[in-house]
Design a binder for this molecule. Structure first.
Ligand SMILES: Cc1cc2nc3c(=O)[nH]c(=O)nc-3n(C[C@H](O)[C@H](O)[C@H](O)COP(=O)(O)OP(=O)(O)OC[C@H]3O[C@@H](n4cnc5c(N)ncnc54)[C@H](O)[C@@H]3O)c2cc1C
Length: 409
């Protein structure tokens, strides 16, 4: 059996590793000229780390990232709204790992090259469309200088991100991603250690949120960490087109983000304005998703990762869910006799689970807990329990965690 994969992102590459383990031949086509370690911080939830650990990648993740110990939600004055241990420290089966997205991609990419060989990924080669026949899929390719070609496989996995070409062929009338009106600015810079150097914080509320987490030990200076920050604020109306098209590598403009944080946040771990100003390059990304789909698998073609379920980047689920997709898909291809049956079993398992997360992220995800408290106590509080009871706060955060993990696991 041979699988053609569109896209060498975290989803496509993890799928390649799993399919290889299942004895399935793989060929990957990537639009970019090389697999570059782009992006800033990303969080891998324990259920996804388990999958990568089973693939033997935990030592690489540990060398590149940080095992997050605790997550603290605060209002804009740094008053604690909710705090919880994470990963192994919370008794889960694996650590939560905060890591540079490029370093994560590098760990998975190197494993693909080592196990599947250097020729398995064709870079500079975009999937332009496909045709299904009785016994296979013809995948149309495009390259530089008008080059055109065709690859053949027994199945096609569209792991080609939020602007997926495979999805567009399956749903030609869908149009552009949907913008929430929220802009997300993100960057990473060296920053003095806070607490144990393994603590993540999300502060603020509806007006603006500030996210902070260390992603890499600084071997030259144990008092510093490469630290990821993000600011989220409403700059437009939901459903309108973003001012600039969503592009993970688009640089941010200091004058656009600073007004949302300057003189507004009073936190003991970082002054958001200072951390932004000390970051050499940072990026903007409009908070976009797409409607959950009624179906991902059509015969021998299916979708995976952001191509299948692009979601707002809240709750640390983008990469984690693509990794769960990869394991699930390879599992069914390993155990089912018919490819079509395997793809529809995968669809039936993963699509409802991820659709719920798309919708939960629209409602604010676990961060909804600070929105709720800010709405009720915009100028701070003396007693958090008087603003929202423990049970009420727990329901917001834990309800989401159950969804992300998959209720049946
Ligand atoms: C450059 C980049 C930077 C990112 N930075 C961050 C970040 O800092 N923080 C964060 O939380 N998330 C980031 N993300 C998103 C995050 O990686 C994904 O949400 C998550 O990992 C799911 O991955 P995916 O493999 O499904 O999609 P993606 O990571 O988007 O990967 C899709 C891949 O498909 C390729 N592709 C697209 N169209 C075609 C085509 N027609 N044919 C062949 N290949 C194609 C793309 O070049 C890309 O390599 C970034 C994504 C990218 C592409």
């Amino acid at each position: 059996m041979k699988a053609v994969i569109a896209g060498a992102g975290i989803g496509g590459l993890t799928a390649a590793l799993h399919l290889h383990e299942a004895g399935i031949e793989v060929e990957i086509f990537e639009r970019a000229d090389e697999v570059r370690e782009l992006g800033v911080g990303i969080n891998m939830l324990p259920h996804a780390v388990t999958v990568l650990a089973d693939l033997g990648l935990l030592p690489g993740l540990d060398a590149a990232g940080i095992r997050t110990r605790e997550l603290v939600y605060t209002n804009r004055f740094g008053q604690v709204v909710w705090q919880e241990l994470r990963g192994l420290d919370a008794g889960q089966e694996a650590p939560q790992i905060s890591i540079h997205r490029g370093k994560l991609l590098g760990v998975v990419h190197r494993a693909v090259i080592a196990r599947l060989g250097p020729d398995v990924i064709r870079t500079g080669c975009r999937v332009a469309g496909f045709e299904q026949t009785e016994d296979g899929v013809a995948v149309h390719l495009g390259g530089h200088d008008g080059w055109r070609g065709t690859a053949h496989g027994d199945l096609l996995i569209g792991a080609d991100g939020i602007h997926s070409t495979v999805r567009a062929q399956l749903y030609p009338d869908e149009g552009a991603p949907i913008w929430s009106g929220i802009m997300l600015w993100r960057g990473a810079t060296r920053w003095p250690i806070w607490r144990d150097g393994r603590t993540m914080a999300i502060a603020g509320g509806n007006f603006a949120k500030f996210v902070y987490y260390p992603i890499e030990v600084d071997h030259a200076d144990p008092n510093m960490r490469l630290t990821n920050w993000a600011v989220m604020a409403k700059v437009g109306e939901p459903g309108t087109a973003p001012v600039r098209r969503e592009d993970w590598s688009r640089s941010g403009i200091p004058g656009e983000v600073l007004p949302f944080v300057r003189d507004r946040f009073h936190l003991d771990f970082a002054d958001p304005a200072s951390i932004i100003q000390s970051t050499e390059n940072f990026y903007e990304y409009p908070n976009c998703d797409r409607e959950p789909l009624p179906r991902w698998s059509f015969g021998r073609v299916t979708l995976l990762g952001d191509a299948a379920h692009p979601m707002y980047p809240v709750g640390s689920n983008g990469a984690s869910q693509s990794i769960l997709d990869a394991r699930c898909l390879a599992g069914y291809l390993r155990t089912q006799d018919e490819i079509e049956a395997a793809l529809s079993r995968y669809d039936a398992e993963r699509r409802p689970a991820t659709s719920e997360i798309i919708l939960a992220n629209r409602r604010g995800g676990p961060e909804g807990v600070i929105d709720m408290v800010e709405a009720r106590a915009p100028d701070g509080f003396d007693d958090i329990d008087a603003v929202a009871s423990f049970e009420e706060r727990q329901a917001v955060v834990r309800g989401y965690a159950l969804l992300a993990r998959g209720r049946n696991r």
